[in-house]
Design a binder for this molecule. Structure first.
Ligand SMILES: [Zn+2]
Length: 279
């Protein structure tokens, strides 16, 4: 089955990972900007990161026949540094017309601090003014519920919010309803150690349905598996769910959300060019 991984940090992965994902049916993916494992020292470091996301990674993905899309922002962890964040925000617009940029993300909260909220709102304002889609990271820590609630309140307090243009990611059993009851899209992250397992994600689908929901691997530099979406497909099959329902979650739903972006030019797999060989 073809699938799209809507949240995977490929700069942390090898070209072999792209190849394995392609073999398992991955035809497109989207890569949000995130924390590199260390705090960057200047806005220029982010400029280089954005060049990597908009220039080199799409090329590397194309070697395996995968279409690469991306999201730009300063992440919640480094948003604690407000002055650096504002410098980074000011350079984002120069990248928004790059052909693989879908919007602003993953913005969000980490420890639910005032500085993080301030920078979240400033980046959300940029997204609204430039008519970009938004991808949101919710905290992994013990106060995930509180952070997700805070994010939903900030979004709902802004009269310009169109919930169908916002994806709230890393939802779990106790936060999925916050996103869904307010009309936002939501993503479940399949991680080997934390967040959702494939089995828990299927439980959530069985309880809440398959509208406006998708699954991702969030593959990154920590313990993670860029082929976690196929594991979810296998678990859905094991429980007897229809292929059409599985396809809706791993392919049709990400497409429906991404299509709202003016930059989303997608070539369906049947017409994908032959895989370029890596010279
Ligand atoms: Zn992420």
């Amino acid at each position: 089955m073809y699938f799209i991984d809507p949240h995977v940090h490929m700069i942390s992965r090898t070209t072999d990972d792209y190849e394995r994902m392609a073999r398992m049916g991955c035809v497109a993916l989207s890569e949000p900007a995130f924390w590199a494992g260390f705090d960057r020292g200047s806005a220029e470091a982010f400029r280089d990161y954005f060049r990597q996301l908009t220039d080199f990674e799409p090329k590397r993905a194309s070697w395996s026949g995968i279409q690469h899309f991306t999201w730009l922002c300063i992440n919640a962890k480094e948003a604690e540094n407000v002055s650096l964040s504002r410098e980074v925000i000011s350079l984002i617009p120069e990248f928004l017309d790059k052909p693989n940029v879908l919007g602003i993300g993953e913005i969000g909260l980490n420890k639910n601090t005032l500085n993080e909220s301030t920078i979240f709102e400033e980046q959300y304002d940029l997204a609204l003014k430039t008519r970009e889609l938004v991808l949101i990271h919710t905290p992994h820590l013990k106060d995930k519920y509180r952070g997700t609630r805070m994010i939903a309140d900030m979004l709902l307090n802004d009269p310009r919010t169109e919930p169908e243009r916002v994806l709230i990611d890393h939802v779990e059993e106790h936060t999925v309803a916050i996103a869904r009851e307010n009309g936002f899209w939501c993503g479940m992250t399949l991680y080997p150690l934390t967040k959702c397992t494939p089995a828990r994600a299927v439980d959530i689908i069985e309880r809440y349905g398959d509208d406006r929901i998708m699954v991702n691997s969030a593959g990154d530099w920590g313990p993670s598996n860029p082929c976690a979406v196929p594991d979810f497909v296998m678990e859905m099959r094991r429980r007897g769910h229809a292929e059409s329902k599985i396809k809706k979650i791993v392919y049709d739903n990400p497409l429906e959300f991404f299509r709202q972006s003016r930059n989303f030019k997608y070539t369906p797999p049947d017409t994908l060019a032959e895989v370029e060989s890596v010279a």
